[in-house]
Design a protein around this ligand. Structure first.
Ligand SMILES: [Zn+2]
Length: 443
């Protein structure tokens, strides 16, 4: 009898090859936008290459390196980034607000716990709503951390870590300022961080600054090491990218990863997005971490194959970076940032209640109205499915779902007048009673 339920080896091989030909639909109902598609074509590998080449030419970009020289050290590097961003802004009639974002921060990884001047370089593309911000960053500092995080003089090219991510974010700032000089709905911050290598100090400073200003962080994302395609063992992968995000309710980080996964399928179907529902690679960290810690949706884009024989060493050289690959990651970044920025906010909250009238077979879903939303969509997946498989269009702010949520997860998102979709907000069960209230008598 077992033979009847198991596929024969031949049948299995045929099934497996048929499955391999067709990627599963992970697009979760996200739609292609013509203006965004056109913008993707502007992303230039040659430009990314040029920026990375200039960054590497500064010898070291250690956060404690020389700041006076015009040719070596982190000071020269940040003045170069600032000048480039100002030049992009001139091309769009001043659409970018470019600034140095300095902070005096103690370096806890230094034996004398010295205080460092940590200077991020930021370019803001204001949207219609200046209270909602999308942060797309990369760190421009480098190190030879294998010998010492605090070695401020040895050559630390950091071509991949993270010259590649910095250069991709710079290209994003150039293309988006050209294509969207009037901004979109949400505000975008292109962030080049310092002191990532001393413990994500620059990004932690920015995340806190945005929070203290009372801004809503739509997403805090980083491009960190996005240019290596050949592993030490000879394996090659130039057609997939890893995205890391924690998947826990009520954090929207996992929802952000599903959004990126869906957009990848819509805009870059030949480039595979590989979501991992973890904060980062094992034992590693990055500039999305501080955003996760303050409760904002956070995500890291990173190459599929790393080379630990070059990272944080003088051998992290320009010649090993593949700029065609980095450009594809920049295109995925662009699709994500532009789609999110074009969309209204997601509903602030989303409540699910068992519908007793149906005997519990249906569920009652409600959410508050969102300014700027033309309609909403309810999405459903089983708890065992990694992403949503059902999308239902809704015009009001409530919906009776014909599925048992004991076995599934439902979420809601806003749809703007142009069809732009927000992140999804997962429905949650209202508390059974207020905290501290006397429990009802036992029956
Ligand atoms: Zn890095």
């Amino acid at each position: 009898m077992i033979g009847k339920v198991l596929l024969s080896a031949t049948a299995w091989a045929a099934f497996a090859s048929a499955s391999a030909q067709k990627a599963p639909d992970v697009s979760i109902g996200l739609k292609r936008d013509a203006a965004l598609s056109a913008a993707l074509a502007d992303v230039s590998p040659a430009r990314i290459r040029q920026t990375d080449s200039t960054l590497v030419s500064f010898g070291t970009r250690n956060t404690m390196s020389d700041t006076a020289s015009e040719s070596r050290g982190i000071g020269a590097a940040r003045r170069y980034l600032y000048r480039e961003l100002r030049a992009y802004s001139r091309e769009c009639s001043g659409c970018l607000r470019v600034e140095y974002d300095p902070a005096m921060i103690v370096n806890a990884r230094h034996p004398q716990r010295v205080t460092m001047n940590v200077v991020n370089v930021l370019a803001w593309l204001p949207g219609r709503d200046t209270t909602r911000v999308i942060v797309m960053g990369g760190h421009y500092d480098s190190c030879v951390c294998r010998t010492s995080t605090n070695d401020s003089t040895s050559t630390a090219p950091g071509a991949d870590d993270d010259g590649s991510g910095t250069s991709a974010v710079m290209e994003l700032a150039r293309v988006m300022s050209k294509r969207y000089p009037k901004g979109l709905d949400a505000t975008i911050v292109f962030a080049l961080y310092a002191a990532e290598e001393q413990g994500t100090l620059g990004s932690a400073h920015l995340a806190q600054r945005l929070k203290d200003a009372g801004l809503t962080i739509v997403a805090g994302m980083t491009d960190d090491i996005v240019g290596n395609v050949v592993a030490e063992n000879g394996k090659t992968d130039s057609t997939s990218v890893r995205v890391y995000a924690v998947d826990s309710v009520p954090s929207l980080s996992g929802e952000l990863a599903r959004y990126v996964w869906g957009l990848g399928q819509v805009y870059l179907p030949k480039f595979e997005v590989r979501p991992t529902f973890r904060l980062d690679r094992l034992g590693r960290g990055g500039d999305h971490g501080p955003f996760q810690r303050i409760g904002a949706p956070a995500l890291r884009f990173t190459e599929r194959l790393e080379n630990y024989k070059r990272q944080h060493l003088p051998t992290d050289e320009f010649k090993f970076v593949n700029f065609g690959y980095a450009a594809n990651i920049a295109r995925l970044n662009l699709a994500t940032v532009a789609a999110l920025a074009a969309a209204p906010a997601p509903p602030d909250s989303a409540r699910q209640r068992r519908d007793t009238l149906s005997g519990g077979q249906d569920w009652d879903l409600t959410w508050p109205a969102v300014p700027g939303a033309a309609s909403y969509e309810v999405l459903v997946r089983s708890t065992a499915q990694p992403t949503y498989v059902r999308v239902i269009s809704v015009t009001g702010t409530s919906f009776l779902l014909d599925e048992e949520l004991d076995d599934a997860i439902a979420a809601v998102r806003s749809v703007g007048p142009t069809g732009a979709r927000s992140l999804t907000r997962v429905f949650q069960q209202p508390a059974r009673r207020p905290a501290g209230a006397t429990p009802p008598p036992a029956r």
